[in-house]
Design a protein around this ligand. Structure first.
Ligand SMILES: [Zn+2]
Ligand SMILES: [Zn+2]
Length: 255
């Protein structure tokens, strides 16, 4: 917490990430830079696939629990895609840039991936399942609390709760670790189950605190907009390389 008052590059970025998140600048940038495509596509998906299957469940409490778990399951897979897709990783890297934590450093994100692309990725499953607004707000609230705890430098592994139920601060620290064996581990947001089931779990040790961050310091520029620009350009470069590789492979096949 004290670290937020010492305005070094890291804290400046953390504060700007906080302001961008809670004044909706992220939304304005995220939707604006993609010319509103991320508003249009989910609307169309909802029109054609808005089955709201959740309504088939008779009790509202069970509906809420099912949607809650479903959103956490989607969070896991979207986060996993952000790590495995070279294009999305370049933007998600902004979240991994801090080399020390405080309660708001988890809010550092690239608005294009965090607002627009995520909205598109969630659109189909949420249209099919349906998601009552109250549940969605509840999930966001709990997510934000978890996010603050997980990025707070607390050396907690939460005992058996951290082992069988919730992603603890130490488990999420593994996710941000610079050590190779920790890469792409502990991708869950709230529950530990998905990592355990899909083979990405790494048991944190309470007495071992790994360093965090990513290689290079280019996303820790004191001007937050520069970091957004750099991560977006790196992502665009990867996208063009992927397209180029694809066409090259196609032309080799046809020759
Ligand atoms: Zn990540
Ligand atoms: Zn994180």
């Amino acid at each position: 917490m004290k670290r937020l008052l010492v305005l070094d590059n890291s804290a400046k970025n953390d504060w700007t990430g906080f302001v961008f998140r809670y004044t909706m600048i992220n939304e304005i940038l995220g939707y604006g830079l993609l010319l509103g495509v991320a508003l249009f596509i989910p609307k169309e998906i909802r029109f054609y696939f808005g089955f709201d299957l959740i309504r088939l469940i008779p009790y509202s409490l069970i509906q809420v629990i099912v949607v809650f778990v479903l959103i956490d399951f989607l969070d896991y897979w979207v986060h996993r895609i952000e790590h495995t897709s070279t294009v999305l990783w370049e933007m998600h890297k902004m979240h991994h840039a801090p080399n020390r934590f405080n309660i708001i450093s988890g809010l550092r994100t690239n608005p294009i991936s965090d607002v627009s692309i995520k909205r598109i990725l969630y659109a189909l499953p949420l249209a099919i399942a349906g998601s009552p607004v109250e549940t969605y707000i509840g999930v966001q609230l709990i997510r934000n609390i978890m996010l603050s705890l997980q990025h707070s430098e607390l050396k907690w592994n939460l005992g058996w709760i951290g082992k069988y139920l919730l992603i603890s601060p130490m488990a999420h620290r593994i996710h941000h670790s610079v050590e190779r064996e920790h890469f792409n581990k502990n991708l869950g947001t709230i529950f530990v189950w998905w990592d355990k089931f899909f083979g990405t779990w790494y048991e944190p040790q309470c007495d071992y605190v790994p360093e965090i961050g990513v290689e290079g310091d280019e996303l820790n520029h004191p001007n937050y907009l520069v970091n957004i620009y750099r991560s977006t350009m790196a992502s665009l470069e990867k996208l063009l390389a992927e397209i180029n590789n694809y066409w090259r492979a196609q032309s080799v096949r046809s020759n």
